[in-house]
Design a protein. Sequence first.
Length: 121
Amino acid sequence: MNKGKASAVFTILVGLLMMGMWSMLVLTNQVPYLDTPQVEIKLHILTEMLTALMLILGGLSVLRGWERIMNLHYVSQGMLIYAIINSSGYYIDLGETVMAVMFGVLLVGTIVSLIVFKDSP
């Protein structure tokens, strides 16, 4: 598998996992404040789902050779970096070190994915 395809598979996998995680959390009522009039968590979930969708589309654009939207691969990973940093802060405030470390690993993986894609033929 060439490096560009590996980067695309990474983003598709992360996008699918994000959608799956949020779907499971919402369906099992594990999202605090979801049933309140506050819109903050609802907007957070919406932006996470949009990020996941863009990751999937960006990865597919690389795998399918859709030249017209291939830059979406870069944009979606930028969205992911923002989501990682934002979520890391939340878990750091809660004192959940394991989650913060997990997001750190995901951040490194995303940066590696960007570098690998940039250097791919």
